[in-house]
Design a protein around this ligand. Structure first.
Ligand code: NDP
Length: 243
């Protein structure tokens, strides 16, 4: 029987590439979206017309109640979940000393607490099945820290700590927990930068270019695959040699 994967923030960018790759890998996929309903439904229709089993479900991952409802809907449609990809995230750019409480809360609530909310719900099912894969999307800035992205860096470093702890706690239950840590990837998240700024960023990347969402999706696909069954608690950088 086909296994089921959930990709949070799956309507666009890296998430959409992960959704497509996991479909090609043979998974039934639940696409989670929050604001991008049209894009989620378009992607869902496109993949269904290609013969893949896909559903699109709205949920703000920062809300524990909405996440509970999301998992109940997936359970009803597909009967549980085998692979969770915590991809939903937002960035924040600005001086740390000018950061407001509301900005801190929003980034931590979506990036870190959203990951916590989804891991907790997924684990309830995975534990009963004694198998599962959790793949968290961190960031190179969670590994190295980035100037003017302190809150974002903290949220992504938190995801790495959470990943390593969960890997140890749930390895005895045959559940792996790993991180994919992208470098600079060409998505909507980079729209705030001008062409000149993007060129300057690329000068610091040994590959001399940004990565693509598909290149990140390949790493996620690996952690979800049988080949990765004995790998847990790891952080796999997809960064063109940046770190
Ligand atoms: P995008 O800005 O293109 O997409 C962000 C995604 O997150 C959207 O699908 C959005 O869904 C979803 N999202 C945001 N808030 C919520 C929420 N509250 N609940 C559910 N979904 C939400 O970003 P990328 O594709 O570039 O980023 C994907 C992940 O990769 C993020 O975690 C990001 O931090 C990480 N990353 C990205 C890098 C890059 O250079 N692009 C580098 C390193 C890491 P919707 O539109 O429906 O609200």
């Amino acid at each position: 029987m086909k296994k089921t994967a959930l990709v949070t923030g799956g309507s666009r960018g890296i998430g959409a590439a992960v959704v497509r790759k996991l479909c090609l890998d043979g998974f039934r996929v639940a696409i989670n979206y929050n604001l991008s309903e049209q894009r989620a439904n378009d992607l869902c229709s496109e993949l269904c017309s290609e013969g893949f089993e896909v559903i699109a479900l709205k949920c703000d991952v920062s809300s524990p109640d909405e996440v509970k409802r999301l998992f109940a809907e997936i359970n009803k449609a597909f009967g549980g979940i085998d692979v969770l990809v915590n991809n939903a995230g937002i960035s924040l750019w600005g001086l740390f000393d000018e950061t407001t409480d509301a900005q801190w809360n929003e980034v931590i609530d979506i990036n870190l607490k959203g990951t916590f909310n989804c891991c907790r719900e997924a684990l309830a099912y995975m534990l009963s099945e004694k198998q599962g894969r959790i793949i968290n999307i961190s960031s190179v800035w969670g590994q190295t820290g980035a100037s003017c992205e302190a809150v974002y860096s903290a949220s992504k470093a938190g995801i790495i700590g959470l990943t390593k702890a969960l890997a140890k706690e749930y390895a005895p239950s045959n559940i792996t927990v790993n991180c994919v840590s992208p470098g600079v990837i060409e998505t909507d998240m980079m729209n705030r930068f001008s062409t000149e700024e993007k060129e300057a960023i690329c000068e610091d990347i040994p590959f001399g270019r940004m990565g693509t969402p598909e290149e990140v999706a390949s790493a996620v696909s690996f952690f979800a695959s049988e080949q990765a069954c004995y790998i847990t608690g790891q952080v796999l950088g997809v960064n063109g040699g940046l770190v």
